[in-house]
Design a protein around this ligand. Structure first.
Ligand SMILES: [Zn+2]
Length: 388
């Protein structure tokens, strides 16, 4: 039986790439973490091999009741590359399909039709995990309420409960046309970021500058009509501004830290944070050391130079700008192409997110405020946004 962390507070994690980790990296997330790490001992294709931090067991042990689980598949025409000067995180140091065709950790596909099919496969993976009792895909407010009740009930046994999943999409390439958004919504998709790194049909993402495209504006109109949540994470500064001007629906930043602390384009400026607060958005704290500390370089490991205190600094910064704790949450990204080699010291598995509780308590956050940050803000946003 799993040993629960002492006095664990329920967590909602607004960004995990579970299906990409499983299907792109050939990982069985139902293994125990030590088994999963051992299964990769012979692999040397990436520094994150053998260093995974997220499994179903570890989510349960960390009392992660619910997570936003991505579909992640990019359409990158053959030959497209990003300039070497671009700040890339570990997941995407290489954009495009390798010349030798050896595309393990598949992320990039030669067309949107391919990306569409890959994301449908990722969705099928979540549905199969659901069949096996590991997760439950949450589409409606009533499903959310009954799920939350099971996890927060007196004497709840998280080690036996399914993890709730809100299905999201990181980069909208799998939505082949804006009109197709409604089909995805029917299938369970509830939040979308229009672009990942580089450019998509809809917007300009991390590492580049530029506004949304006309197709992007049409996509936003569909999101608004359907009540699809817009995730601004990965939008370039111009696309960010453009998106907020063209979209009146609900906005989040699923996994996004502060540029005032880590001065790279991947993070949010204070002005952007202020605009998100005005829209009653929630901003999820990402636990990639590269996004937490300015001295970390992408893909260089270096997690050991960053303490978990750095994560609390980003929470502090957002709460100070807002004057309240109502806009700060967790969006860990802990399986986003890196492992424990690039997490803050002391964070060996996702269950260690619970250590943030004591750090925030020491900084004067009340128990109510810590509830908001751990789950309450995401819960409120979902209650206000999901269909009945
Ligand atoms: Zn990301």
């Amino acid at each position: 039986m799993l040993e629960q962390m002492p006095s664990a507070r329920p967590i909602i994690d607004a960004h995990l790439d579970l299906s990409w980790s499983a299907l792109g990296w050939d990982r069985d997330l139902t293994l125990r973490l030590d088994e999963l790490r051992r299964s990769e001992e012979h692999m040397s294709d990436h520094r994150a091999r053998g260093n995974a931090t997220v499994t179903i067991d570890e989510l349960r042990r960390g009392n992660v009741a619910l997570c936003f689980a991505t579909l992640l598949a990019r359409a990158v025409p053959p030959g497209a590359v990003l300039p070497p000067s671009v700040d890339l995180d570990t997941a995407t140091q290489q954009v495009g399909i390798p010349a030798d065709g050896s595309s393990r950790r598949a992320l990039d596909y030669p067309s949107r039709a391919h990306a569409h099919a890959a994301a449908q496969g990722q969705l099928a993976y979540y549905r199969q995990l659901e069949q096996e009792g590991y997760v439950t895909v949450i589409l409606t407010r009533s499903q959310l309420e009954s799920h939350w009740q099971r996890w927060s009930a007196e004497g709840a046994t998280p080690h036996e409960l399914p993890i709730g999943l809100i299905v999201t999409m990181e980069g909208a390439d799998p939505i082949v046309t804006p009109e197709q958004t409604s089909r995805w919504y029917e299938q369970g998709l509830r939040a979308v970021g229009p672009v990942h790194y580089g450019r998509s049909t809809y917007a300009v993402g991390t590492g580049f500058q530029g506004p949304m495209t006309e197709a992007g504006h049409a996509l936003l109109r569909e999101f608004e009509r359907l009540n699809m949540i817009l995730d601004v994470t990965h939008l370039s500064d111009e696309s960010f501004t453009d998106a907020l001007e063209h979209f009146d629906g609900r906005v989040i930043a699923s996994h996004h830290n502060c540029r005032a602390l880590v001065p790279r384009q991947r993070q949010l400026t204070d002005d952007q944070i202020t605009r998100l607060i005005e829209r009653d958005a929630v901003i999820g704290l990402a636990l990639d050391a590269w996004m937490l500390h300015s001295e970390c370089r992408a893909g260089a490991g270096m997690g050991d130079i960053v303490e978990l205190e750095a994560a609390a600094d980003h929470i502090d910064h957002i709460c100070n700008l807002a004057g309240t704790c109502r806009h700060s949450g967790i969006g860990s990204d802990l399986d986003g192409g890196f492992g424990r080699e690039q997490t803050p010291a002391g964070l060996d598995t996702i269950a260690d997110l619970q250590k943030l509780d004591a750090i925030l308590e020491d900084r004067g956050y009340s128990s109510e405020d810590r509830d908001l940050i751990f789950h309450g803000n995401w819960l409120r946003l979902l209650r206000e946004t999901l269909p009945q």
